[in-house]
Design a protein around this ligand. Structure first.
Ligand code: PGA
Length: 277
């Protein structure tokens, strides 16, 4: 399926992922997925991949519902250990997630970095751990308000990307997802403007191109995240380097999340059609 996408006419499917953070127990997960199943239009899923990232304790339930109902939804996790097993109290192994059918793992979300002191080298090790188990990391990067105001956005993004991806082969990097999530937009109701989101996502792709070449960078999927909702989805998805959305608060209700998927798909489809006209 042709994906929209800038910086070289490429072939990228959109990815709309719901990061539930610490919300919804396994029963709520069951209800959410049943509801979402009725709202997803198979035609939309030809251009958009959909993932949910519930808390760890919900994953087994989510896996069962997705399998039983053949739901076109990928399972995601919000974090994992950089180790496969061992004396790491409270951590969850990437091997265990892979066994549950998890496809995507968010790595280095700003809440992990800020609240749990997740350092760049741990982010890098976790990216590798996720890859070791044939899952797809969604690497989160993004600047604080102070960094943006001081003009340091690009330097910060470059450091975060370099620390996380240095040394990875180009054919590995092209299969990753990077989520650009400016800290000042997360949970604030103040999404980045489509132009700012585009500029940052294009910069992410340029840094990755510097590291692994233009071809791999053109395949990389770059999401925007931070106060995404059904109203701002279309304008964000219309940007050529925005290949998807990482959605927090608005992913908690099946209706709102379904509306975002529908809007993203409609926008993406018309971009693809325009390109082939
Ligand atoms: P938000 O969260 O959509 O609630 O701003 C996004 C995120 O943290 O991934």
């Amino acid at each position: 399926m042709a994906g929209a996408g800038g910086s070289d006419a490429s072939f990228r499917r959109a990815l709309v992922a719901g990061n539930w953070k610490m919300h919804h127990d396994h029963l709520a997960t069951l209800h959410f997925l049943r509801d979402l199943g009725f709202r997803l239009d198979p035609a939309d899923l030809e251009v958009v991949d959909v993932a949910i990232h519930p808390p760890f304790t919900d994953l087994r339930t989510a896996q069962s519902v997705i399998e039983d109902r053949s739901l076109p939804v990928d399972l995601g996790a919000q974090h994992c250990s950089e180790h496969d097993e061992g004396p790491y109290t409270g951590e969850v192994s990437p091997a265990m997630l892979a066994r549950l059918g998890v496809r995507y793992v968010i790595v280095g979300h700003s809440e992990r970095r800020r609240l749990y002191a997740m350092a760049d080298h741990t982010v890098a090790a976790t990216v590798r751990a996720v890859l070791r188990h044939a899952m797809v990391p969604i690497l989160c990067v993004g600047e604080s308000l102070e960094q943006r105001q001081e003009g340091g956005t690009e330097d910060h993004l470059r450091v975060q990307l370099t620390e996380a991806l240095e040394g990875l082969a180009s054919d590995v990097v092209k299969g990753l997802v990077v989520a650009y999530e400016p800290l000042w937009a997360i949970g604030t109701g103040q999404a980045a403007t489509p132009e700012d989101a585009q500029a940052a996502c294009r910069f992410v792709r340029r840094v990755v191109a510097d590291m692994v070449g233009d071809h791999a960078a053109a395949d990389l999927r770059v999401q925007y995240g931070g106060s995404v909702n059904a109203d701002n989805t279309a304008a964000l998805m219309a940007q050529p380097d925005v290949d998807g959305l990482l959605v927090g608060g608005a992913s908690l209700e099946a209706q709102a999340f379904g509306d975002i998927v529908r809007s993203a798909a409609a926008c993406y489809r018309s971009l693809v059609a325009a390109r082939h006209r």
